[in-house]
Design a protein around this ligand. Sequence first.
Ligand SMILES: N[C@@H](CCC(=O)N[C@@H](CS)C(=O)NCC(=O)O)C(=O)O
Length: 215
Amino acid sequence: MTAREVYGFFRSSTSYRLRLALAAKGLDYSPRFISLPGGAHRTEAFLAINPQGLVPVLREEGRAFTQSLAILEYLEERYPEPPLLPADLVERAYVRALSQVIACDIHPLNNVRVLTLLRQDFGIDDGGVQRWYEHWIATGMASFEAMLSCECRHGRYCLGDKLTIADLCLVPQVANARRFACDLSPFPLSCGIAERVEALDVLAPAAPGRQADAF
Ligand SMILES: N[C@@H](CCC(=O)N[C@@H](CS)C(=O)NCC(=O)O)C(=O)O
């Protein structure tokens, strides 16, 4: 039993990001399953851990860390090996920019609470919600693909052959887009990278289907 805990949900892409980072760094943890469909993130017990009511949360040595990108940066600073950010300042900025295309410009628009609001408060039907979801995947992934292609710094992964947090943000977003049957054919660079990252043995335990709360 480790003192490190991860509060997450198998299908949550932000939880998946964190599991990927922990796997890449070889850090073990005890999973704490927070069912989003079951509303476990809105219970008093969970709100006492993260008042924002969102997963993931990393708990280490009694401290709770929230916001997946902030957690990834914390892990990077605390456990620098193997690095998930490049040493070069300009490359670091590039990797952070790619990560934020996904974490700031795609994910928040397609989050569960947004889709629920569209359905419940704005009366949008399933077809409309699907169009919304596909729209933000298409525009966000087009930006991501264009950055990769214009900068031409990719190799096996987003930045050459070094795994970075940009790859760890990309994989869960592509997985979610596939789950919502979005057309990913216009994004061959991004999808090729995602497939190569997903195929890494060291990261396999982080996959949604491998979590004990998966259904
Ligand atoms: N910016 C936050 C977003 C966290 C987030 O939105 N998590 C989702 C799951 S992927 C969640 O808890 N959603 C609950 C809800 O929308 O009600 C992060 O990166 O950690």
